[in-house]
Design a protein around this ligand. Structure first.
Ligand code: PGA
Length: 256
């Protein structure tokens, strides 16, 4: 059985003060919701202050990126050694990093391996852009991104995948739930072909892209979709809590 997961990707938003205030606004309510793993991913400089607030709660912490080297002359980078012990999750290969920072499959697979070596759970992001989507190339692009991002990676079982169509990110134009479910089914079947049935059936695969409290039900009511990676809506305490709450209720009903 896969425990649903809702992760908030705050991206490059919030000062340290705003980050701690946002966590304080949602923490009590999040703690009351069971049967869902709850993760917040603030910017690097807020990880430690937020970690302090989360101590003793069941809300987990994630970083938004990591470098693949452990230490050395890599000005401006943060290594997995620095993150381990502070957070449990790390988002890797987000489309914004692929687009603006030119991250490719090779770099991303190195990051995934490095994170796993230091006991961080990667949330690996993949997804097609609008041109690929409109020309019917979603399957090819997603397959290629998945396989290249996992090339040489061991312990694939500790990875969560976030399927995020690039055209749905930050646009207010979320994907269609059924369609997202089909692509996630494809991702699971690729995982099964390569790593076996048990890895595939235990792997959590999330949807991401313009998720809000008004459309989360469309996604988490799909059997293949195990939760969501939420951007904009995770910056509003009530919205995020509502997304987590609906996910818990819908997944509980699905199991009965
Ligand atoms: P969005 O972002 O919810 O603001 O579309 C999702 C993401 O980029 O992870």
């Amino acid at each position: 059985m896969r425990i649903p997961l809702i992760a908030g990707n705050w991206k490059m938003n919030t000062t340290v003060e705003e980050a701690t205030s946002l966590v304080k606004q949602m923490l009590d309510d999040l703690e009351k919701i069971g049967d869902v793993e709850k993760v917040v991913c603030p910017p690097f400089i807020s990880l430690v202050p937020v970690q302090n607030l989360l101590k003793g709660t069941d809300v987990l912490l994630g970083a938004q990126n990591v470098f693949y080297e452990e230490k050395g002359a890599f000005t401006g980078e943060i290594s997995p050694i620095m993150l381990s012990g502070i957070c449990q999750y790390v988002i890797i290969g987000h489309s914004e990093r692929r687009q603006y920072f030119k991250e490719n499959g090779e770099m991303i697979s190195k990051k995934v391996s490095a994170a796993l070596r230091h006991n961080l759970h990667p949330i690996l992001c993949i997804g097609e852009n609008l041109t690929d989507y409109e020309s019917g190339n979603t399957r090819e692009v997603v397959t290629d991104q998945l396989l290249s991002s996992l090339s040489g990676v061991n312990r694939v079982d500790s990875i969560t995948i976030a399927y995020e169509p690039v055209w749905a990110i930050g646009t207010g134009k979320a994907a269609n739930g059924k369609e997202a479910n089909e692509t996630i089914k494809l991702i699971r079947s690729l995982i099964e072909d390569k790593y076996g049935k048990s890895v595939a059936s235990n792997m959590r695969i999330l949807y991401g892209g313009s998720v809000t409290s008004s459309n989360i039900s469309e996604f988490v009511s799909q059997v293949e979709i195990d939760g969501a990676l939420v951007g904009g809506a995770s910056l509003k305490a009530r919205e995020f809590v509502e997304i987590v709450k609906q996910t818990a209720e819908i997944k509980r009903d699905l199991l009965q």
